[in-house]
Unconditional design. Structure first.
Length: 453
């Protein structure tokens, strides 16, 4: 095989002379012009890829204010970044393929480098790759990285035209990407919520009590699925003050309750006017009985029953508050929820020196298989005491969030005292019932269920 090196060297030396004396024919000149045009287009598409996605928010705001044609084109293209990226990639691929073909023909015509021989093919690939990388990729992107706004404006019209021309191809690419993303996202959700929870269960030895770290991890896993109504203090247990109360009556209520924040209502709990912070009263503690304490109220923060507690925690942090009023779909007050209630879903029960045993104990453990619960016990708390996943009652609890509500769902009416209702390995027997509600319930757990926990 003849070495193309000397032949190429001689042609390179003679090429400038050929240009000077006009020995090149029209086909070669056309090829050279076409290569230059394709290199410019390749550089434009490569530079636009970096420049469009390097624009800062302040630069985008500046473009929106300018309202020039190029600015509007940039904003329109960036409204759908996936399609913009697909358009740039398709454009770059088409241009570079065309550039490879034209350069290969041109090299063969000018220097006799043929891809039919291994040496010629290797030299052809090396020269073309060097030209495309240097002039079509590296240099344009270096410039675009330093002048993203300028390059975006220069290439906006070209990319918009490419967007129109290659719309079908870019659509196929975007749709394919969306399908892959949905599948990956779906699998990731299952791993997060189900498989991770199951892994925590498997990591615990049978018969061992779960340690604090494992309890916290379980709380974090379920945190995003818990609604406000599942952990709120219900309306019947809310301590609130009437805005017509005298200062002495208010002080007596504060002393009896021991709370640091108390909702204030007008006429009834459905009309909450504000929240009274007890610390705001300290400097007025020696005022007369006719002191207008109502002026110390702070605005109340209202949240719907179905709000997720992870979102509410972020709002508590941003607003720097610790208590919210929970309202139903009709605007009536359902209860209250505090920052402490939310944190207890992760770290467990938080008791301070003001919490009484009566407030904390809503059940009595008779033996390993029998418990007596208050009817108002939240299902979330019931499952924590028993040691089962709260999703076990998902299909039968309906809209109820308390143990009494669960039994009412199963009975479909106010049950009689002593009636038995069975579900899974649980037996529920109301022990104290009045005409309107179930006050106390005995829960019996089958031995095999208790052992599994």
């Amino acid at each position: 095989m003849e070495d193309p090196g000397p032949h190429l060297y001689n042609l390179l030396l003679s090429f400038p002379a050929s240009l000077y004396y006009g020995n090149l024919n029209i086909e070669l000149l056309t090829g050279i012009v076409l290569v230059v045009i394709l290199l410019i287009l390749s550089a434009a598409s490569s530079a636009s890829e970096l420049s469009f996605f390097s624009l800062t928010q302040s630069e985008l705001d500046s473009l929106k204010k300018k309202e020039s044609p190029k600015s509007r084109l940039i904003i329109i293209l960036l409204e759908n970044p996936k399609r913009l990226m697909a358009t740039i990639l398709v454009t770059n691929i088409v241009i570079n393929i065309s550039l490879v073909v034209v350069l290969s023909i041109l090299l063969n015509s000018l220097f006799g480098i043929s891809i039919s021989t291994p040496g010629g093919a290797a030299l052809d690939i090396l020269i073309i790759a060097a030209i495309i990388l240097l002039f079509g990729e590296i240099m344009p992107k270096i410039y675009a990285g330093r002048n993203s706004m300028r390059v975006s404006c220069l290439t906006a019209r070209f990319i918009f035209m490419a967007h129109q021309v290659f719309y079908p191809l870019s659509s196929i690419l975007v749709n394919s990407t969306n399908i892959v993303e949905r599948k990956i996202a779906h699998k990731g959700h299952n791993i997060t919520m189900d498989e991770l929870s199951e892994a925590l269960e498997l990591s615990q030895s049978p018969g061992d009590e779960p340690d604090e770290e494992r309890k916290i991890l379980k709380g974090i896993i379920k945190f995003g699925d818990i609604a406000v109504r599942e952990i709120m203090r219900p309306r019947v247990d809310v301590t609130a003050a009437d805005d017509t109360s005298t200062f002495d009556e208010l002080l007596n209520l504060i002393n009896e309750s021991g709370y640091s924040r108390i909702p204030i209502y007008k006429e009834n709990l459905d009309t909450i006017t504000g929240i009274l912070y007890i610390k705001d009263l300290i400097s007025h503690i020696h005022q007369n009985a006719d002191f207008e304490w109502q002026m110390l109220q702070r605005p109340a923060f209202f949240v719907p029953e179905n709000k997720r507690i992870n979102d509410l925690l972020q709002e508590f942090q941003s607003k720097k508050i610790h208590l919210a009023i929970v309202v139903d779909e009709y605007g009536g007050t359902s209860g209250i929820i505090t920052l402490e209630d939310i944190l207890e879903e992760i770290v467990g029960e938080i008791n301070d020196e003001f919490d009484s045993e009566v407030d904390q104990v809503l059940f009595n453990k008779v033996d390993d298989e029998n418990y007596i619960f208050e009817g108002k016990t939240l299902l979330n708390d019931f499952c924590k005491v028993i040691g089962v996943d709260d999703r076990i009652f998902q299909d039968i609890k309906g809209e109820s969030d308390t143990l009494a509500g669960l039994v009412l769902e199963m009975a479909g009416r106010i049950p009689e005292t002593g009636e038995r209702f069975e579900f899974d390995d649980f037996t529920f027997k109301p022990e104290l019932v009045d005409k309107r509600s179930i006050k106390r319930i005995r829960v019996t757990i089958k031995p095999n269920k208790q052992e599994s926990n």
